[in-house]
Design a protein around this ligand. Sequence first.
Ligand code: NDP
Length: 346
Amino acid sequence: NKQVVLQRYIEEAPKETDMAMKIGKIELKAPKGSGALLVKNLYLSCDPYMRGRMRDFHGSYIPPFVLSRVFSHLLDVPIEGFGVAKVLDSDNPDFKPGDFISGLTGWEEYSLIRSTWQLRKIQPDDSVPLSYHLGLLGMPGFTAYVGFYEICSPKKGEYVFVSAASGAVGQLVGQLAKLHGCYVVGSAGSSQKVDLLKNKLGFDEAFNYKEETDLDAALKRYFPEGIDIYFDNVGGAILDAALLNMRIHGRIAVCGMVSLHSISDPKGIQNLYCVVPKRIKMQGFLQSDYLDKFPQFLELVTENFKQGRIVYIEDMNEGLETAPGAFAGLFSGKNVGKQVIFVARD
Ligand code: NDP
């Protein structure tokens, strides 16, 4: 059973060499009484939040990954992440061999899944690729849905700004905002991504933030009347510039801070004072607090996708051994769209 393991805890942005390939052993059976599923992993997801589990820090909402056990007789525990898999054996009455699932699995060929948290059965559908259950119809898509509708309180005609706009979450935020009748501008880190935002994902405007020497001036150019909603995927300098450009009673959904290379990043936010005179509502959120809304999200987005009103861009790497490099690439913007790893056919 080929596995990807974490070699060391990190503070800075992850590198490919922080992870390693190992060969482990697994019995292809779900032990009786365990309630577990034995699955074959088909697709694995690379998600920025996983960096938080690579730190030796226990005070978060989710524990750190188990380190590689090089000098121990114990078996290694692979990196854990969202995946799409096929059930081979089951000790859980809700799942049977042959079912497809999405949920938290291991970065390995076969996994024993014990946790049912965010575990879902997938109905295979010829018009929806299975891997979309890691992006458009999975955790990142749901994050876009929750962040936009629950946190941003959008109104038709409002001005919306999205950062990391071509990524797994951002590309859906922009499309939901367009469907809601908003004016949407996205920022991204390359001309290829800007082109996709404008010509494939239906954003009204997009710009490459790496080419802007003055982010405040760039936002003034795209939002001469100011921003009603900022969906923040990156934090740092873009958040700081957005604060200066928010309208009175604007909303900021703080989804993530991928620009901060460590949680104790020294780059401070200078313009936080704007929240007072502009009466800005700024709220962090976790998609996992809203799981009761998952069925309505799935219905809305699946329907719009099938009707051609929503599209989705994936960046698919082939082979488990490409996972460490693909994951590290999220933090330099190497991925174009949702980063997924193809592991095996079912
Ligand atoms: P993406 O697919 O957008 O991949 C990460 C992207 O971040 C990169 O492609 C890159 O795009 C951008 N990026 C990397 N470094 C920087 C930087 N220094 N400055 C600005 N942009 C940078 O990731 P996701 O869509 O999966 O995640 C987006 C955000 O949402 C993350 O912050 C993540 O942690 C958060 N998240 C939050 C959840 C929640 O429940 N709150 C759940 C899921 C995700 P570019 O080339 O455009 O710079």
